[in-house]
Write a protein that binds this ligand. Structure first.
Ligand code: AMP
Length: 411
């Protein structure tokens, strides 16, 4: 049992029969022209939905979708496509309600049949969601019996549906996805089997400093790729041309390299690169002979020698954590290094955990996602958890302390 989850109930701890259950999910799926282009997050939420339905719950499902700012966003970020998807997949009637503050949900709950579900419109359409509005939380709390959070991808946000609402509800707990996500990340934190190899990539060293600090206490080898790698190369006085550099992080990189050397932890940096003259100019793509990058060139991916080097290290691992692409993988011509890493992770027999966001998308696009042990549905949440931060969405599920309860009850 995960230490973090001790004292927190799970959906299985409640009798859900005929109970009005608020299920906070992360159904924040990418949409194009009103169609869902990647259903991973909905699929990941299905076991909890199905379980609640089988147990006779009256279900009210809620999620955010994208970042609506204007009225026009309301048309493109409606939960309607999600409602249709759930309708077809679960073979039930999904009723979409758009007023969180009114009586619609309360009224619908009354006559809800076993093959019907209520789905709230995009939570972020109501400004009270992101502001953690207590009035909105109280309104919803007044007509639900049980609160379940299975929205791992949103659990690092102190929003109404993640924090304000559960603290008002007595019967509250985790869904199956949330439990699995935390248990998998705990596996990384508590140090999985050795050799433990962490692969970090993506845009910025600054975004990942805290997680790097945490991981170097656990890993046997750290592989660095993506734009982050050039700050490390610059720290070793290797020329990096016009590649991305975070000047103010060069000293951190130097210090880290030194600390890893003294502790005998292997640090792998690119030994060659794929470079271009401008980001958009795919025709100028070429491979460098070694780690040095000529003036005027921008590295957009690791090179073929680096792919081999990284793959051979990954092959030896028994535990792998991967976060961040090795290059600008969104452009197919620049995706080779990221896909090579995805392949190596997939082929390894290690317990492999992919930490959300771009790496999850890359793992999927590469076609190797199924062979990884766990792909997190939350990029930001998984990094914050690994950094040692308490996730507000988990903390809000802890039973209220006696004194808090007394205050809430006005005694
Ligand atoms: P992050 O969100 O920090 O994981 O960063 C992901 C982003 O890093 C992706 O959008 C990549 O396109 C970008 N990225 C990866 N490698 C490079 C590179 N060599 N130059 C510029 N951007 C990169």
């Amino acid at each position: 049992m995960s230490k973090t989850l001790q004292g927190i109930s799970s959906i299985e701890d409640f009798d859900l029969d005929d109970q009005r259950v608020f299920l906070r999910l992360d159904l924040n799926v990418p949409l194009k022209d009103g169609k869902i282009t990647d259903d991973t997050r909905i699929q990941a939420a299905l076991p909890t939905i199905r379980y609640a339905m089988e147990k006779g719950a009256k279900l009210l499902i809620a999620s955010h979708l994208g970042r609506p700012k204007t009225e026009t966003d309301k048309a493109s970020l409606s939960m309607e496509p999600v409602a249709r998807y759930l309708n077809d997949t679960l073979n039930c009637e999904v009723m979409l309600i758009d007023d969180l503050r009114g009586d619609a949900a309360k009224a619908l709950f009354q006559g809800l049949k076993s093959n019907q579900i209520i789905l709230m419109e995009n939570l972020r359409f109501d400004p009270g969601e992101e502001k953690n509005d207590p009035t909105l939380a109280q309104t919803i709390a007044s007509y639900i019996d049980v609160y379940i959070n299975d929205a791992f991808g949103a659990s690092h946000r102190a929003h109404m549906s993640v924090v304000g609402l559960p603290v008002l509800v007595e019967k509250k707990g985790l869904g199956f996805l949330m439990k699995k996500e935390i248990e998998m990340l705990d596996h990384v934190l508590e140090g999985g089997k050795s050799p433990f190899v962490a692969i970090l990539g993506g845009a910025k060293v600054s975004d990942k400093i805290t997680v790097i600090e945490k991981l170097i206490d656990k890993v046997d080898a750290l592989i660095i790729g993506g734009a982050m790698a050039y700050t490390f190369l610059a720290a070793q006085k290797i020329s990096i041309g016009n590649s991305l550099l975070e000047k103010e992080k060069v000293n951190f990189a130097k210090d880290l390299i030194h600390r890893m050397e003294t502790r005998n932890i292997k640090l792998l940096l690119p030994v060659d690169h794929r470079v271009v003259t401008q980001f958009q100019n795919t025709d100028s793509l070429e491979t460098t002979k070694n780690a040095a990058i000529a003036d005027g060139k921008i590295a957009i991916d690791i090179g073929p020698q680096t792919e081999k080097l990284y793959a051979s290290e990954i092959e030896k691992a028994k535990t792998i954590f991967w976060n961040g692409p090795m290059g600008v993988f969104e452009t197919p011509e620049y995706a080779s290094g990221t896909f090579a890493v995805a392949k190596a992770v997939a082929e390894s027999s290690a317990m492999s955990i992919v930490g959300g966001g771009d790496s999850a998308a890359a793992a999927k696009e590469s076609g190797y996602a199924k062979e990884m042990s766990h792909i997190s549905t939350g990029g930001g949440a998984s990094l914050e958890y690994l950094q040692g931060d308490k996730l507000p969405g988990i903390e809000a599920l802890r039973p209220a302390k006696r004194s808090e309860k007394t205050v809430n009850e006005g005694l």
